[in-house]
Write a protein that binds this ligand. Structure first.
Ligand code: PLP
Length: 444
């Protein structure tokens, strides 16, 4: 009998005992292609010798030293590397243990920034519906996923939500993409004015929405307009790249493609590739200066911030990515996989949309392609596809984000950056089998 409180109480999970390349192996020797990197985490796949060597060497040298007493080499080197490659203005890194912690830190940075600047009335956050920023109470309050929030209301942090930038659902017939992007971004201005500009501290958004909508990229021009609005009203722009960052979309930071620089960007998942739990909030010089010239410190901290072994693992992941030119493979394989998905599912009556960037791909399932009507939520089709895929030795990430107040279904693909054409073909073929089985069970 398990003594772990699993998410699904009473559910039975296979025991993962091994990982090699793109596969995870269970206790019965069954192999699963990890086509979602867990939750867009395992960017280098499993069992990578360079990362294992970096972890064991750091653990042998010095596994942990509290950052209240010491800094450490891997953390310093990782911070320098990330800042060098980050969007312009980013000057420092704050290391935590995951994505929720990164967003909590970012929100506290924003709050302290305004307190240091003598604008303590700025405390409200604006975020978007159909977003996920983590499960700790602050990050959960910021997120716009209704079913995740519902049981925990009233949440602790005052957050207001605007609509997402989700062209498949909300671009109007006859409306150009950029026109739609402007309309969607201008909702932010309306909300800021409604709340009172001097009460808002930050706008928080994922450049490419992950788990709650299924790899939905902002349309061209949307984030640029968002940046303009934030600048105009003195609101900080925080981009959550926990899922879409660190090369997942084919550029190291997803916002590079939008040519937008945030005030804070949060990263996790692919930063350490799952080899160690690590995340970071990367902040701009102006925020750092406000702390430096104000109280002289950032009023935050966790026991494991800047963990040397975690930073050593992340540093090794980033070096392998660069050495093996994996961003190029993400772009090439992303294009190939999307093309193959279009070929296989382009005419499939239950596939409404295939979208994404790089190796961050979403497939939205609908009961009617014309009306885009989702399947009945009670069918939990996304969960059925996951189950059928597991039965075929394939891991895909299921999602049931809310669409106009009800749950829809999508499947997220986020395979390791090391995949080749053969593996991409195998993913498409196993997914086809899983989808057909799940849909035919749902229709019977
Ligand atoms: N932000 C985004 C965009 C995410 O996708 C996630 C996790 O899925 C988080 C934050 C929270 O990260 P973690 O689960 O590491 O706390």
């Amino acid at each position: 009998m398990t003594r772990i409180l699993h998410r699904q109480i009473g559910g039975k999970l296979p025991i993962a005992v091994g990982g090699q390349g793109v596969e995870i192996i269970d206790q019965d020797g069954r192999r699963y292609i990890d086509a979602c990197g867990g939750a867009a985490v395992s960017c280098l796949g499993h069992g990578h010798p360079d990362i294992i060597a970096a972890i064991s060497s750091q653990a042998a040298k010095m596994a942990y030293a509290h950052t209240g007493f010491f800094t450490n080499e891997p953390a310093e080197e990782l911070a320098a590397l990330l800042v060098e490659k980050a969007p312009s203005g980013i000057s420092h890194a704050y290391f935590v243990s995951g994505g929720s912690e990164a967003n909590e830190a970012a929100l506290k940075m924003a709050r302290q920034y305004f307190v240091e600047k003598g604008e303590p009335q700025r405390s409200k956050i604006i975020a978007r519906r159909q977003s996920y920023h983590g499960n700790t109470l602050g990050a959960l309050a910021a997120g716009g996923n209704e079913w995740r929030r519902a049981q925990f209301a009233p949440l602790l942090v005052e957050t207001h939500h605007i609509g997402p930038c989700y062209a498949y659902r909300y671009q109007k017939p006859g409306e150009g993409e950029e026109e739609y992007g402007l309309r969607a971004a201008n909702e932010l201005e309306t909300k800021i004015l409604e709340l009172g500009a001097d009460s808002v501290m930050a706008f928080l958004a994922e450049p490419v929405v992950g788990a709650t909508a299924g790899a939905v990229p902002a349309v061209k021009g949307y984030l640029k307009r968002v940046r303009e609005i934030c600048d105009q009203y003195g609101v900080l722009l925080i981009l959550d790249e926990v899922m879409c960052g660190m090369g997942r979309t084919g550029t190291l930071f997803a916002c590079e493609e939008d040519d937008v620089a945030p005030d804070i960007v949060t990263i996790a998942k692919g930063l350490g590739g799952g080899y160690q739990p690590i995340g970071a909030a990367l902040l701009s010089q102006k925020i750092h200066d406000a702390f430096a010239h104000g109280s002289g410190f950032f009023q935050h901290g966790h026991t494991y911030i800047g963990h040397p072994t975690a930073c050593a693992a992340a540093l090794a992941v980033q070096k392998v990515m660069e050495r093996d030119n994996l961003l190029q493979n993400v772009r090439d394989m992303g294009e190939y996989l999307r093309q193959k998905l279009h070929e296989r599912f382009g005419q499939n009556p239950v596939i409404g949309d295939i979208r994404g960037r790089g190796l961050f791909i979403g497939i939205e399932l609908v009961s009617d392609r014309e009306t885009k009507e989702p399947f009945a939520p009670a069918l939990k089709l996304h969960a059925a596809v996951k189950r059928e895929a597991m039965a075929r030795g394939l891991m895909v990430y299921p999602g049931g984000g809310t669409i106009d107040g009800r749950r829809g279904d999508h499947i997220l693909l986020a395979p390791p950056f090391i995949i080749n054409r053969e593996i991409a073909d195998e993913i498409v073929s196993r997914l086809d089998g899983a989808l057909s089985a799940a849909v035919s069970a749902a229709s019977s």
